[in-house]
Design a protein around this ligand. Structure first.
Ligand code: SF4
Length: 430
């Protein structure tokens, strides 16, 4: 029996020994004509989707979907991936992609909290080595727009004003994915911004992609159950934020109402569907109210989960004079990490994928491919600090050594004006 939540399956997909989830969805049948796809009511289409997903899961359990991936639906029949694209598009009117459920018709050009219409805006496209070791090198696409407004967001301009980023041709994005995979990228990460609010465009891109590459979904985990129905069968791994231990802190830090239960429900759900890495960014003054309770919840509900406790919080100029205006201390990060260890959570992970030219543990040479190129940025901030962005872990550690910094998590921050400048922040620990 194949466990879709296991790292073993993700690894086999990453090295080319098992088909990616969306490749199976493209091969899976629905018994729907294309005419029915366009004309049937949404409720009927979701019922047909649930039936088709049973076939998808059975094929995955049989042989990791290899036999299914070698087939195509008969001419004129919609595939499971076509059905996902149609349903994701229908969720735009009114928008039901995330828990905010804004009463807007994005197909008609109306916008909700995320500020997005129906198109896809990509503001960065690189091969990234600075992610968790089991994911890299990962072809990473940064998508404009998000439903939350975090005081420490590193991509504020693309979140607050997504309309200033260019809308991209989906075919061009798909060809970029094919090219990066051929160069040796082991996974395909959608980040932002937030991929959840961009699901219809992403599903369309995947329908146009020829390469088989496992999709990694980097999310605040606030999508609706309907959207998550569609994500199963597209996503092979989640990089999921678990940011807060209370609604009060979520409101203070991300200006978001009633989110904890949504995030918890989604974390429980996806753990059964894909490889899951949970990230917790330690926030200044939020160890007792957020880090420790979040890790407690994780240990109670997802025992042994893979977790990355991150210490690179960096205050931005716009929060000067507020409680957000300091870096986290080494003691705060150490307390959170020690707590995670004591709870039996997995801070280390499975380690790196085999190098592109080393074949696989099975000795299969299909994994061989040229070394992948990557891009990094080095900036000098207005305060004179040198900031590294997107460095692979070995170079990040070297940079930290040179800088005399104990924490190799170095990152850049770009920022425009934001509403938290006057916010008292987390003083009092939420
Ligand atoms: S994705 Fe979320 S924030 Fe954006 S319009 Fe839809 S419900 Fe609103």
């Amino acid at each position: 029996m194949v466990d879709p939540a296991s790292y073993a399956l993700f690894r086999r997909r990453a090295v080319g020994l098992a088909p990616a989830a969306f490749v199976l969805a493209r091969a899976a049948r629905t018994d729907l004509t294309r005419g029915e796809l366009a004309s049937l009511p949404e409720g009927d289409l979701f019922r047909r989707h649930a039936e088709a997903m049973e076939g998808y899961r059975a094929a995955l359990a049989r042989d990791e979907g290899r036999a299914l991936a070698a087939t195509t639906p008969p001419a004129g029949e919609a595939s499971l991936l076509d059905l996902k694209v149609e349903l994701a598009t229908r969720l735009l009117a009114p928008c039901r992609l995330c828990h905010l459920r804004c009463p807007v018709d994005r197909l008609a050009g109306e916008t909700g909290r995320c500020g997005l219409g129906a198109g896809l805006r990509v503001y960065r496209d690189i091969v990234h080595l600075g992610e968790e070791l089991e994911l890299v090198p990962t072809h990473t696409l940064w998508l404009s727009g998000c439903n939350w407004r975090c005081a420490y967001c590193s991509d504020w301009a693309h979140v607050e004003r997504p309309e200033t980023d260019p809308e991209v041709a989906l075919e061009r994005v798909a060809r970029s994915i094919d090219a990066r995979r051929a160069e040796g990228a082991r996974s395909l990460t959608f980040v932002g911004g937030l991929p959840d609010v961009n699901l219809p465009g992403i599903a369309r891109v995947l329908a146009l992609t020829r390469a088989s590459v496992p999709v990694v979904w980097n999310s605040n985990m606030s999508a609706t159950p309907e959207a998550h129905d569609l994500l199963e069968g597209l996503v092979c791994a989640y990089v999921a934020d678990l940011k807060y231990g209370s609604e009060r802190c979520a409101r203070a830090g991300s200006a978001v109402p009633a989110s904890l239960e949504v995030v918890h429900d989604n974390l429980r759900r996806v753990r059964a569907e894909a490889w899951l890495i949970v990230r917790h960014l330690v926030l200044p003054g939020h160890v007792d109210c957020c880090a420790l309770p979040a890790l407690d919840w994780l240990a109670a509900h997802l025992p042994g989960a893979r977790v990355n406790v991150m210490g690179q919080y960096e205050p931005l100029p716009e929060v000067r004079g507020t409680a957000w205006d300091r870096r986290v201390t080494a003691d705060e990060v150490a307390r959170a990490r020690e707590h995670a260890r004591a709870l039996g959570l997995d801070l280390e992970g499975p380690g790196p994928l085999p190098p592109p030219d080393a074949g696989t543990p099975d000795g299969d040479e299909r994994a061989a491919s040229p070394a992948v190129a990557f891009e990094s940025t080095i900036r000098i901030g207005s305060d004179g600090r040198v900031v590294f962005e997107d460095l692979p872990p070995d170079l990040a550690a070297l940079a930290a050594d040179l800088a005399g910094d104990d924490d190799p998590d170095l990152s850049a921050r770009r920022r425009a004006a934001r509403p938290w400048a006057g916010d008292p922040g987390p003083a009092g620990g939420g």
